[in-house]
Design a protein around this ligand. Structure first.
Ligand SMILES: [Zn+2]
Length: 392
């Protein structure tokens, strides 16, 4: 990569690696803020992957009229000039997501690269998920979950506006079609599910093995699957077949029937409304959350593997005030639950999870005024990506 222009160069260093921030003249005093947290991020990703940043320098350059948002040239990332903002502007609109995205490509894309465009998600899915990892680490789970919600909305918009295709996609007409909400958004969302299924230790150890075994080579998705399988000692074809090679995501109807006399909850899960052309049957490990009046929550891990499945949860200590099928907010699935407005309000009140609260608000039709009043909140209403939200 060669960038030619009259730049202002700001220098920094991380772990002996020289860092260069090149911005237009006039932006010099904001250069470090524009590429905020660069050294901290290099440390964070190096630690997570147990694989130190593998190149001898890290440059970030701003240019005008760039062909896309940014490009991860090894050791010298190019950014469009939209990243140049003042310190005040950056408070509302920081560049963390794109700095993290391009940086992660230095492991996934530059160190290990996809063998062909069909496997592009091996680059972009990881770069996309780097945004989630950074937000979770730096700003907390809610910020990361807000990001995940937007990623899901982007994926669903593409699916219902333009159609779905397998994540590993061999039948595109033009390579540009691969740079879509599948390779990016769905790629990141699928990695998130895999991480939750395996746990952090196994997930990141597998990524370390994938990077170590394949450094300097071009790979396809099987190399990723085998790195996971060799690390955890479990066959993962079921996961990779449905999420990487299969199409779409499940549509679930979930029905709860509680028997107070026997303290038994029947949960019926129906995935038969999954649209034709999508993967016909999804296998989903999931934790069903039961919330109780005293504010406590119980998680019941189950594996959904049938088109219509009945789950009995017995010996409950009391009648739950509400239930959340995807209790830990992991799945890429459209889930329709038979809950009352009161149960959605209880969900908002008792769950500490961002996505549960968002779904609770969008699933009741009465404006939730009583709920908000009971919480003693000063209400401010605004729109986030089509969702009606309230907060203090
Ligand atoms: Zn990318």
């Amino acid at each position: 990569m060669v960038a030619v222009g009259e730049f202002h160069e700001e220098k920094d260093v991380w772990n002996g690696v020289p860092l260069h921030y090149l911005v237009e003249k006039g932006w010099s005093k904001y250069a470090k803020k524009i590429f905020n947290h660069t050294p901290e991020m290099l440390g964070f990703f190096s630690d997570k992957l147990q694989y130190p940043y593998p190149w001898d320098k890290y440059g970030q350059v701003v240019v005008r009229d760039f062909v896309s948002g940014a490009m991860e040239n090894t050791g010298a990332v190019v950014f469009g000039d939209f990243v140049q903002n003042t310190e005040r502007e950056l408070i509302d609109n920081d560049n963390d997501y794109i700095v993290a995205h391009e940086m992660m490509h230095h492991w996934f894309g530059d160190l290990v690269t996809c063998e062909n465009w069909s496997n592009l998600t091996l680059n972009e899915g990881f770069a996309d998920y780097a945004e989630y990892l950074w937000f979770e680490h730096k700003y907390g789970k809610d910020r990361a979950e807000y990001h995940r919600m937007n990623e899901m909305n982007g994926y669903y918009s593409q699916v219902f506006g333009g159609g779905a295709h397998p994540l590993i996609h061999h039948y595109y007409e033009d390579k540009e079609q691969m740079f879509d909400a599948h390779s990016y958004n769905k790629g990141g969302l699928v990695l998130h599910m895999l991480r939750q299924y395996l746990g952090d230790e196994a997930f990141f150890a597998s990524l370390h093995k994938y990077l170590t075994d394949n450094a300097g080579t071009a790979v396809e998705v099987d190399e990723l699957r085998m790195a996971f399988e060799d690390t955890v000692g479990e066959d993962l074809h079921w996961f990779f077949d449905q999420w990487f090679l299969g199409t779409g995501h499940p549509h679930l109807d979930v029905t709860y029937t509680y028997n107070d006399e026997n303290k038994v909850l029947l949960v019926e899960v129906d995935q038969t409304k999954t649209p034709p052309g999508f993967h016909p049957l999804f296998r989903m490990p999931v934790d069903i959350a039961l919330y109780f009046q005293d504010g406590s929550v119980e998680y019941h891990p189950v594996v959904i593997s049938e088109k219509k499945q009945r789950i009995l949860i017995e010996n409950l200590k009391a009648a739950p005030v509400t239930y959340v099928f995807d209790g830990k907010n992991v799945l890429l699935a459209l889930i329709n639950e038979n809950k009352t407005p009161e149960q959605y309000k209880a969900q908002f009140k008792h769950s500490s999870r961002f996505m549960d609260k968002m779904i609770a608000f969008t699933s009741t039709n009465d404006g939730n005024a009583d709920l908000i009043q009971s919480l003693g909140r000063k209400v401010l209403s605004f729109q986030i990506y089509g969702y009606q939200c309230y907060c203090r």
